[in-house]
Design a protein around this ligand. Structure first.
Ligand SMILES: Nc1ncnc2c1ncn2[C@@H]1O[C@H](COP(=O)(O)OP(=O)(O)OP(=O)(O)O)[C@@H](O)[C@H]1O
Length: 327
């Protein structure tokens, strides 16, 4: 994905040729060692203060990509650069410093907060233990206010809050180190629909207020379109379409993006009239990737060529690229 024309300094995140394979146990003693190809050659760039949404069905490699980007696991091939520094090449103190610039918010606001710790302790957790106690308290208070909670909440425990409020606590914890990038992995999919919009609006406000960059992972193209400037659509570990969110939402070029678009609830009725394709069948095996386009078996317009030739990302409209022979 290309950065905007004039990015200020190096991007907060850049991946190049990123691969992650998970070896599977051998089925027989001398049988071949197979592997799941979770991420299969992904290039992304997130400039400062920008937002990239990663969309795709369950199992397409979104969470693996997030863990690689956060340096939580090492790639099988390719590189991850944070602010121009290659994670595989930096020493331990530099890695520690870079990690502070990156925070993550997970899907499950129930599971991601330690039930035995107070909100104050949970939110302060990413701060350096060496930081003065007064500064820590002030910082915690500031971020709690920023997410719409009260400083008095610091002494309470997670079970005293609703799902939406717990996700606000998780967002406050991510904000407390003043990061440059927050990776949000399905941040609203565990929440009631009525609460989702409030949390998405909060994320938009915080991005503006703190000059944050986001990588937002979701199976829902509508969520990503609402928050992000750019979108990358993943299928079987590869990016199959990328570009400005508004373009991909209005004029998706790849048949897979079109199917995801048709699944966005408030657009469903309109799309039925336009007879957009629906997803049929399941995601193929990630152990034996098909020889041609990975989407061919589920694609309503696939031709013979699609089953033998892997389509590469190519420009469809300014800024919009799709990996489809027929787009
Ligand atoms: N530690 C692991 N060991 C083996 N396979 C794994 C591991 N982690 C992920 N996978 C496999 O890699 C593929 C991609 O998984 P990943 O969790 O990244 O997808 P996802 O798009 O985030 O899906 P979901 O939304 O369900 O989390 C899946 O086939 C998954 O089973």
């Amino acid at each position: 994905m290309m950065p905007p024309d004039d990015p200020a300094g190096p991007p907060v995140l850049r991946t190049a040729g990123l691969h992650r394979r998970y070896p599977l146990p051998r089925r027989t003693l001398f049988g071949p060692r197979e592997a799941v190809h979770a991420v299969n050659g992904v290039d992304i760039v997130i400039p400062e203060r920008d937002s990239l949404g990663i969309v795709g069905e369950s199992g397409c490699g979104k969470s693996t990509l997030a863990r690689l980007a956060m340096g939580l696991e090492a790639p099988s091939a390719g590189s991850v650069e944070i602010r121009g520094e290659d994670l595989a090449a930096v020493d331990a103190p530099t890695l520690k410093r870079l990690r502070r610039a990156f925070q993550m918010v997970f899907q499950d606001p129930y599971g991601s907060l330690n039930p035995r710790h107070t909100v104050g302790r949970i939110v302060a957790e990413p701060l350096d233990a060496l930081e003065r106690a007064g500064d820590r308290a002030q910082r915690v208070e500031e971020v709690l206010r920023a997410v719409g909670l009260r400083p008095a909440d610091t002494g309470k425990y997670p079970h005293e809050f609703s799902g939406g409020q717990r996700q606000r606590i998780a967002i406050a914890r991510a904000l407390v180190t003043r990061p440059a990038l927050i990776v949000l992995d399905e941040p609203v999919s565990a929440l009631d629909v009525s609460v989702q919009a409030q949390v998405l609006n909060l994320l938009k406000d915080l991005q503006e207020q703190y000059g944050l960059a986001y990588m937002l992972i979701s199976h829902d193209l509508g969520v990503v379109d609402y928050v992000c400037r750019q979108v990358a659509v993943m299928y079987l570990g590869r990016i199959v379409e990328e570009g400005p969110a508004s373009l991909l939402f209005e004029r998706p070029a790849h048949p897979y993006t079109q199917a995801l678009r048709a699944a966005v609830p408030n657009a469903a009725a309109a799309n039925r009239r336009r007879r957009r394709p629906r997803l049929q069948g399941g995601v193929p095996s990630q152990t034996h990737l098909p020889p041609g386009c990975a989407f061919a078996d589920r694609c309503p317009i696939a031709e013979a060529r699609c089953r033998v030739e892997v389509p590469l990302l190519r420009e469809i409209a300014p800024g919009q690229r799709a990996a489809c022979h027929l787009a």
